[in-house]
Design a protein around this ligand. Structure first.
Ligand code: BES
Ligand code: ZN
Ligand code: ZN
Length: 520
């Protein structure tokens, strides 16, 4: 999709389809919907009047209505052939995230109708609605529109013979003419949005791949190709190095598969170097390219979903792609631990004890709790590479999905400052993360009788916390943020603004967290 940002009068822009946002002004539950078009153009408002009549279009989030422009209106100066009204929901709920979703809805509606050229009008405040829109900056608005559009464009029927390559080829985001300074801000936000969304789409493309295609070796190759292209240093190691580093915890997962593991290290150094004592950020991703559960075999039902057990790794690889292009003034090292978790004659058995690279001994009670085993060595290794602050992302526990459902992912941290920076990042990314505890009083839940710790909690209760406590052991005193994205990495339900399949969750938030440490 060729996406541009223009400063012009949307109503006078010749295009096969112009999308215009609308909100519902009704507040009370019993009140009839009162849709309001977010435009200052009387031509556009006039053309839509009839569609805004009682009940026809309620401006609900994801709702659309199509209007073909009459010759009369065209001769009066209204240029688009069609208007697509796009609902953003209740006026009081208007947010950047709703704009992102509304833009996505417009792109997917155009795509479904085989309209290859689309224009979208920036939302404009009116006398009836000022507060929520006025609070959104031109920069973040442009960024949200760019992101929403790019994320919406893709469908994941990659391997279908009847795949229709329908797409919106040309997209024009149209803002009214602003003062030069605000226009620059909008252009900067737009450029950032394209970069971050491209990174998130790259993550999604990795998560989408089946386990037979995306083996640990292939994940390494794709990370390397991205890094070569983006100008990042990248090393991809395998069994020999993992064993030489004494990553017995990581290896205990990998050794049950015929596919060799991959330890992927990607490094971003700011052009001007970094000051002595400046932070070095360590990004660590769980890259289980297929999780059968190992000897603690998972039930067959739904096991195919475990191809996306590398979504944490893919998020880190995508984040590095964006970081390479956004160039924050902070050094970043990403470590991805990729392996297949399979049952085999050589696989780890429940009851086995291994010594992690840090020297901590681990009793493997359940071979299906493998993510924390690979991350244990990944987190420790990132510290040996100089990381002063850590963030990890992992499809780690079903328990997190039980706790939070699919709208929020789990957020854990041992450090208020690092965590606050992550929460700040969410205001820009619009992603849902909900903090859960991992205080030291939970530590006894992972104490083993035979070793230092065990890889499950004493029982099922608070399973996401037990997993976090396990990782916390390896973060040690280093400020650390842990993201359990098990419930959010895969969209089971398609929405008007996004396709079924890989979501690319966490990329935007991680990138923003990193930028929060930038020296400039
Ligand atoms: N990969 C799974 C977690 C998962 C569940 C990811 C649902 C995505 C969707 C993880 O390796 C796992 O199997 N965890 C176990 C841990 C248990 C054995 C302590 C779980 O959650 O059941
Ligand atoms: Zn597992
Ligand atoms: Zn897993």
């Amino acid at each position: 999709m060729n996406t541009k940002l223009l400063f012009a009068d949307a109503g006078a822009f010749p295009t096969p389809m112009l999308a215009v946002f609308a909100v519902d002004l009704a507040t009370g539950k019993k009140e009839e919907p009162r849709p309001l078009l977010l435009t200052q153009s009387s031509d556009l408002a006039g053309a839509a009047t009839r569609a805004l009549g009682p009940g026809e279009f309620k401006a609900g989030l994801g709702e659309t209505a199509l209007i073909h422009t009459s010759d009369r209106l065209k001769s009066a100066g209204l240029q688009p052939d069609r208007l697509l009204l796009v609902g953003l929901g209740k006026a009081k709920d208007l947010s950047l995230d709703r704009l992102r979703k509304g833009t996505g809805t417009a792109v997917r509606a155009a795509k479904a109708r085989s309209v290859p050229e689309l224009a979208i009008a920036f939302p404009e405040a009116s006398a009836d609605l000022n507060a929520p829109l006025a609070e959104l900056s031109a920069k973040l608005t442009a960024r949200a529109l760019a992101e929403g559009a790019e994320l919406a464009e893709l469908d994941w029927d990659t391997y279908r013979s009847d795949r229709k390559d329908r797409s919106v080829n040309d997209l024009s985001l149209i803002s009214k003419v602003l003062d030069k300074n605000t226009e620059q801000q909008a252009l900067a936000g737009f450029a950032e949005g394209l970069i971050v969304a491209a990174a998130q789409n790259f993550t999604r493309s990795l998560v989408n791949e089946p386990g037979n295609v995306l083996t640990p070796t292939e994940l390494g190759a794709r990370a390397k190709a991205m890094c070569d292209d983006a100008g990042l240093a990248c090393q991809v190691y395998s069994t020999e190095k993992i064993r030489a580093l004494k990553m017995e915890s990581f290896w205990s997962v990998a050794k049950g598969s015929a596919e060799p593991p991959a330890l992927i290290v990607m490094t971003y150094e700011p052009a001007g170097g970094v000051a002595e004592g400046a932070p070095v950020l360590g990004l660590v991703g769980k890259g289980i390219t297929f999780d059968s559960g190992g000897i603690s075999l998972k039930p067959g039902d739904g096991m195919e979903k475990m191809k996306y057990d590398m979504a944490g790794a893919a998020a880190m690889i995508g984040a590095m792609h964006a970081i390479a292009r956004l160039k924050p003034a902070v050094k970043v090292v990403a470590v991805v631990c990729a392996a297949e978790n399979m049952p085999d004659g050589r696989a780890s058995k429940p009851g086995d004890v291994v010594t992690a690279m840090s020297g901590t001994t681990i009793e493997i009670v359940n071979t299906d709790a493998e993510g924390r085993l690979v991350l244990a060595d990944g987190l420790h290794y990132a510290k040996t590479l100089g990381a002063t602050h850590l963030i990890d992302a992992a499809t780690l526990t079903g328990a997190c999905v039980v706790a939070l459902g699919v709208l929020n992912a789990g957020l854990f941290s041992n450090d208020e400052t690092a965590c606050a920076k992550f929460v700040n990042a969410l205001a820009v990314s619009g992603e849902g993360f909900w903090r859960l505890p991992c205080t030291d009083d939970y530590r006894e839940r992972i104490t083993s009788e035979i070793a230092d710790i065990m890889n499950t909690g004493k029982n099922r209760w608070g399973g996401a916390i037990s997993a976090a406590m396990f990782l916390k052991e390896f973060a040690g005193d280093t400020p650390w943020v842990h993201l359990d994205i098990a419930g959010c990495a895969w969209n089971e339900e398609k929405k008007p603004w996004i396709a079924y399949g890989p979501s690319g969750v966490a990329v935007r938030s991680i990138v923003e967290w990193v930028r929060g440490y930038s020296a400039q």
